[in-house]
Design a protein around this ligand. Structure first.
Ligand code: HMG
Ligand code: MG
Length: 318
């Protein structure tokens, strides 16, 4: 049978994509070995030198829950900020927000409140149910706006939950609507455990697009099952042009056992460069950052592109 080309299904993919680099936060939050603040600061600096303009730096969460982020203020204080770069931090409640803004010199440009599409994950990750999480976020959003700070939300486990199993687009839309109701500016849809595939990714992101404008919707794909790039391509076909990514493919959520890192920034850049999509980010610069952090952690990046380019560098200098 001859394949038919369907003109109806051919959409224009974006010509420019914004990458939100989450390596310093999502990438390191679950790291078992201690990573000192100086290393985190150097990582952020290498990433901004590579041209990344949106950097998730740290989290103001309980140090008992996530010890790796206990140095949040120290890291924020150490980063030499670059004009035009937006620095964001996670703040799950007013306590976290107040700590994040206590010192005006290290105030973030954006905060992230993170909810979940399943009750079970919400309980495990932030110790409360979905409705209660929204009530905790409400004053955080109000306070952030009062300080002219933008608010992004993450809707975790939107494509599958380690405790509940399947998560439906209706469940995703319920949380999207609750987030919209409290006034968050941007909606990120997250595949926390990397089980999503393109059509399911599109179905979930479509629900966010019903309530937020295209430029305020993003995808956050962990790559546990190797589907993240396919999911990103599927989102590009919908016109979505903002994606989270993590240098060297670092990352994982402490409350999503077995989930590996985010899609590697290097892999996303290689894909986008190949598609002729601009990002303003230097792949070579991101490889520098990947080489740095991988050297500190003592292991190779979890990125095919990263490893291929590092091998090329090594053979060129041999
Ligand atoms: P809780 O236990 O419900 O809070 O924690 P509480 O109000 O009952 O307070 C208990 C203790 O925590 C108290 O201390 C508070 O002071 C302290 P104690 O009196 O026992 O010494 N506390 C805090 N300390 C520092 N900063 C704070 C804070 N709040 C309370 N902001 C809380 C609620 C959310 C804080 C807790 O459950 C927590 O920290 N969870 C960690 C959540 C987390 O960081 N998860 C990983 C990030 S999300 C993620 O990775 C997903 C994402 O990448 C998207 C995706 O992939 O899905 C974004
Ligand atoms: Mg994540």
């Amino acid at each position: 049978m001859q394949a038919q080309f369907n003109h109806e299904s051919f959409v224009m993919i974006p010509t420019h994509v914004t990458l939100v680099e989450v390596g310093a936060r999502d990438g390191l939050q679950n790291e078992k070995q201690p990573v000192d603040a100086a290393t985190k600061i150097e990582l952020v600096q290498l990433l901004q030198a590579a041209g990344l303009r949106e950097l998730e730096v740290t989290s103001y969460v309980s140090p008992k829950w996530v010890p790796q982020m206990a140095d949040n203020a120290q890291v924020m204080r150490g980063v030499r900020r670059k004009r035009g770069v937006r620095y964001s931090v996670l703040t799950p409640n007013l306590k976290g927000f107040e700590a994040a803004i206590a010192d005006p010199a290290i105030r973030p440009d954006e905060i992230v409140v993170f909810g979940a599409a399943s009750e079970a994950f919400s309980q495990r990750n932030i110790n409360c149910g979905i409705e209660e999480s929204i009530e905790r976020f409400r004053p955080v959003v109000e306070a952030a706006h009062a300080h002219a700070i933008k608010v992004r939300c993450a809707v975790s486990v939107a494509l599958g939950c380690p405790y509940q199993g399947e998560v439906t687009p209706d469940e995703v839309e319920r949380v999207v609507l609750l987030m919209k109701g409290i006034g968050v500016d941007h909606c990120g849809i997250a595949d926390t455990i990397g089980v999503g595939t393109p059509k399911r990714a599109q179905a979930a992101l479509e629900r966010a697009l019903k309530h937020f404008p295209l430029h305020e919707v993003s995808g956050h794909f962990h790559d546990t099952y190797g589907q993240a790039l396919s999911n990103i391509y599927a989102c590009l076909e919908m016109g979505i042009h903002t994606f989270d990514a993590s240098v060297a493919g670092l990352g994982g959520c402490p409350y999503a056992k077995g989930a590996t890192g985010n899609v590697a920034t290097e892999d996303v850049l290689f894909l986008l460069d190949g598609l002729g999509i601009t990002t303003g980010v230097s792949l070579d610069g991101v490889i520098d950052a990947a080489a740095f952090i991988s050297g500190v952690l003592g292991r190779k990046p979890v990125s095919r592109v990263g490893n291929a380019l590092l091998a090329k560098r090594a053979s060129a200098s041999a």
